[in-house]
Ligand binder design. Structure first.
Ligand SMILES: Nc1ncnc2c1ncn2[C@@H]1O[C@H](COP(=O)(O)OP(=O)(O)OP(=O)(O)O)[C@@H](O)[C@H]1O
Length: 648
């Protein structure tokens, strides 16, 4: 079930908005073609498209079934770079010229085609060159229109990579390990990050191409040129009026090529590659925690837990129009990586952003003000715009939660008020606000007599409150429905005569539909082990499960094999117990994992984290790969849970 109504990018684009209104992260999936013909001949693809939005992947638990997913768009093996760009990226670019933020990021396993999609090659340019070229075309078109007389537009770029939790400036490689900061308006900025003003596409290439050579790439088993870091290109578009009140709109776009998740059992990474891989996987794990926290509406979103997620503040749950391109590969050896990527993508499409317009107004008559520090512009030609800019300005972020400096509060705003009354659209808006406010406020404070800032603040509070109430209502309804559905499933499953844990499937989370090719699919329910056993026990009353034996002395076999424990059990029961534990490990939610013996909150989270990044456990002993689970622990864990299972 989705937690919010979906708003397509096109819809959002057609309604110019000054206030924060929700827009889901747009999630598209791209399947790359086979890299070697032999792979294709030996085995067919493990995943295939159904239509322009849906795809299916075989169910590893039952080869006769497939798991189906629906996204905003699905691009098959034959899709071109142009199709991806025009279908999913081009529509969000106009927002930049309207002072809103945008974000495009490529996600997926190593070698699945992220860099190809984002960067491409000279013959097949990807999203980055196409988007930057289009931005220049759009600004040129705007310049040749009437607006040209009234506005100056400038574009600037910064380029960085996050390598082993360090922010490195790709335009100026001597700038190492830059800090990430947040201003009072909750805008993320990186002090001392190089920002170049670019006046044409050729200018962009002049900076971008050599900077791209600075990216950290290396040859791995999975990819000859594997990105060992997350790369982030930041393009900023500033549009400023030449006449009072010198309105300035600033739109930022992040174009992010994430490093790929890596299963080191397959990559065979060692040494520095293994260390890089650890940093990549843990930052992607935090990214998935951020998505989960947003979906669950948790009060704390762990953005601060990694450098990557700090930069994602805007893109996920923030103010940007976001597009996530999930790259996947058809080969069977990528199966579990593909499944993990698809599950992450399905969860991400529920994340709701609130794009808003970033507008500042400058008034020459006003006293100088300090404003939050932005990225340092180290460019020599750093804009005619700045030279022309009057030295004083009042920043009026329409950002939710943006704070005013104390000085700003004391400023006389009469000149601005006069300006805005000249504009009939603004006056009309104010009248509307006033009416709204009078309706809401029993005391009926006349809004038009309040200063502009107060009016805007009041309007914002009103609108935000209304939106919040709507969202909360919607969320409550969804949660109620979810709970009812879960209860119904629980009852249904209790009445099932043969509940075999091996048949239970992964309950794929919201947004994911599971379909069967051969008849209707059994309902997927994952029970905590104790619950499963309780159900089972009622059907197997009287069957002796345990035979106590004399305790064996510590033998080699005894310490390694749970069958050598002091308790012997029927082999089939032992196998069944193991299977159940494995099922809970592979598909249990936090609560269900914590129902296992010897698994607390911390261990359960570690298991979920490992699962997100590496896929499913093949056997219970794989827990050892998680870290923090010793061989001895696993033996005791198995014993305790199988015994609990049998005793229930
Ligand atoms: N759609 C595609 N068409 C043709 N070739 C592709 C496509 N997608 C990827 N490739 C090729 O697959 C190989 C791996 O792609 P790429 O380097 O983009 O993967 P990646 O996901 O960025 O990997 P990593 O995370 O390791 O950096 C490259 O040789 C690339 O040219």
């Amino acid at each position: 079930m989705e937690t919010a109504k979906r708003v397509s990018i096109m819809e959002a684009q057609n309604q110019p908005k000054k206030t924060a209104s929700p827009a889901n992260v747009r999630v598209v999936v791209r399947l790359r073609p086979y890299m070697h013909k032999d792979d294709q001949k030996q085995q067919g693809p493990c995943v295939r498209g159904l239509d322009s939005q849906c795809l299916e992947i075989i169910n590893w638990k039952n080869q006769l079934e497939t798991l189906q997913y629906q996204f905003n768009a699905f691009y098959g093996e034959d899709s071109t770079q142009k199709e991806i760009y025009t279908g999913s990226i081009e529509p969000i670019l106009p927002h930049l010229l309207n002072g809103q933020n945008a974000s495009v990021f490529a996600y997926g396993p190593t070698g699945a085609g992220k860099t190809h999609t984002m960067l491409g090659s000279p013959q097949q340019p990807g999203v980055i060159p196409r988007a930057v070229l289009a931005l220049f075309r759009m600004t040129q078109a705007e310049s040749s229109s009437r607006n040209y007389e009234q506005c100056d537009i400038s574009i600037s770029m910064s380029y960085l990579e996050i390598y082993q939790e360090k922010v490195l400036d790709l335009l100026e490689p001597k700038n190492q390990d830059l800090p990430i900061r947040e201003d009072t308006g909750k805008n993320i900025f990186i002090p001392n990050l190089t920002q170049k003003t670019i006046s044409s596409f050729a200018d962009f290439e002049k900076h971008f191409i050599p900077a791209s050579q600075n990216r950290t790439v290396a040859c791995t088993k999975m990819n000859d040129r594997s990105s060992r870091s997350h790369s982030v290109l930041l393009v900023k578009v500033k549009k400023k009026e030449r006449f009072p009140p010198f309105r300035q709109l600033t739109g930022k776009m992040y174009l992010i090529d994430l490093a790929g998740s890596e299963d080191n059992r397959r990559t065979g990474n060692q040494g520095i590659r293994l260390k890089e891989s650890g940093a990549i996987n843990s930052s992607l794990f935090v990214l998935s925690k951020v998505v989960d926290a947003l979906n669950q509406g948790l009060p704390r979103i762990p953005y601060r837990d990694s450098k990557l997620t700090r930069l994602f503040l805007d893109s996920l749950g923030g103010s940007a129009h976001s597009v996530m391109i999930t790259n996947i590969a058809p080969e069977h050896r990528y199966y579990f990586d593909t499944l993990t990527a698809l599950n992450f993508a399905a969860r991400s499409k529920q994340v709701v952003n609130r794009p808003f317009t970033r507008e500042t107004i400058q008034a020459t008559a006003l006293a100088p003000l300090k404003r939050p520090q932005e990225e340092t512009d180290t460019s020599s030609g750093s804009s005619a715009l700045h030279k022309k800019k009057p030295k004083t300005e009042v920043e009026e972020e329409l950002s939710p939660g943006a704070k005013e400096s104390p000085e700003a509060k004391e400023l006389p705003l009469s000149s601005l008020l006069n300006q805005e009354y000249k504009n009939p659209a603004v006056a009309e808006r104010l009248l509307k606000l006033n009416k709204m406010f009078l309706k809401k406020n029993a005391k009926g404070i006349p809004l038009l007599s309040t200063p502009k800032r107060e009016r805007q603040a009041l309007l914002k509070v009103l609108e935000e409150n209304q939106q919040e109430i709507q969202e909360l209502k919607k969320r409550q309804k969804e949660l109620e429905e979810k709970t009812l559905a879960a209860e119904a499933l629980l009852q249904q499953s209790r009445s099932q005569s043969d509940l075999n844990a091996s048949d239970s499937e992964n309950t794929f989370k919201d947004g994911l539909r599971v379909a069967t090719r051969c008849g209707p699919r059994k309902q997927a329910i994952v029970f905590p082990l104790q619950v499963c056993n309780r159900v089972e026990n009622t059907q197997e009353k009287g069957i002796p499960l345990l035979i106590r034996e004399k305790r064996k002395k510590d033998t080699m076999e005894g310490s390694k094999n749970e069958q050598g424990w002091d308790i012997n059990m029927r082999v089939d029961m032992l196998e069944k117990g193991r299977r159940k534990i494995l099922d809970v490990l592979n598909s249990g939610a936090l609560k269900e994992l914590k129902c296992l013996q010897m698994i607390g909150d911390k261990k359960a989270k570690l298991i979920i984290g490992w699962r997100e990044v590496n896929g499913l456990f093949a056997k219970v002993e794989d827990l050892e790969k998680v870290g923090g689970f010793s061989e001895k622990f696993i033996a005791s864990f198995l014993k305790a849970n199988i015994l609990t299972s049998a005793a229930c």
